[in-house]
Ligand binder design. Structure first.
Ligand SMILES: [Mn+2]
Length: 246
């Protein structure tokens, strides 16, 4: 499938650098089972179609909602070290990072699936026991939170650019230069970005807002297919100007 940027400022179709294939993976949300299948599919694709440079990009929201956030980070940490995978920060990882420093953050995080993440680390709230204070809940998680997962969080990036493609979790604010983008927008933005037909200069590959099928637009591609609920974790492979769903 060929996609062209905008139409005014570029006449060439959006493309990767030479001899480069980019794999981009959508929102995982605790589905370690689907991630394992995806990684196997990427490795299999690379065996069948070797290429000089391969880049693996995960678009964020690794945790919450699904059952095994810990297992997701275990696998991604290995991928990051062995394959130099680019792991972007999603708004859910941001909430976890804030909670590790500020126990009161659980109030916001709890609304979007924190309990499933805490449970995957063996931290559970038993409603029959005295309610845990936010501080003791934070201590309980910090006590069992692996050092490798701390290091993983430190490696997260808010954006990644390769060739004519820009990778972010949620999107960008239209009309604002990349270096002036607000982190909150990169991790949380919805309508102002999704409704925009602005030529961003690069095709934006993103997740964050679930869609039934990979959503190809002139200026962006949404690959969040709501894996935690749908069972479909989407990966696209981009090579030269060709974009395929893996
Ligand atoms: Mn998100």
């Amino acid at each position: 499938m060929r996609r062209e940027i905008g139409g005014h400022s570029r006449s060439e179709p959006a493309s990767t650098p030479p001899e480069t294939r980019i794999y981009a993976v959508g929102d995982i949300h605790g589905r370690s089972d689907l991630l394992a299948e995806t990684i196997a599919r990427i490795d299999d694709d690379l065996r069948r179609r070797p290429i000089r440079h391969s880049v693996e990009v995960y678009l964020g929201d690794y945790i919450d909602r699904g059952p095994d956030s810990k297992g997701v980070i275990d696998q991604l940490a290995v991928r990051l070290v062995r394959r130099h995978a680019i792991c972007l920060r999603g708004n859910h990882e941001q909430l976890l990072e804030i909670f590790l420093h500020d126990p009161e953050a659980i109030r916001q995080w709890a609304h979007v699936g924190a309990m499933q993440t805490l449970a995957s680390y063996g931290v559970s709230i038993n409603p029959n026991h005295t309610p845990l204070t936010t501080v003791s809940l934070q201590h309980a998680l910090r006590e069992v939170f692996p050092r490798t997962h701390e290091l993983f969080l430190q490696c997260l990036r808010n954006s990644f650019s390769c060739g004519d493609f820009l990778f972010v979790h949620a999107g960008i604010r239209p009309g604002v230069p990349m270096e002036q983008q607000d982190t909150e927008d990169l991790l949380w933005i919805r309508d102002e970005f999704l409704d925009s037909t602005y030529n961003h200069g690069k095709i934006v590959i993103h997740g964050h807002t679930p869609v039934e099928h990979t959503d190809f637009r002139d200026n962006r591609i949404n690959i969040d297919t709501g894996a935690w609920r749908s069972g479909v974790l989407t990966t696209i492979a981009i090579e030269n100007a060709d974009i395929m769903v893996l």
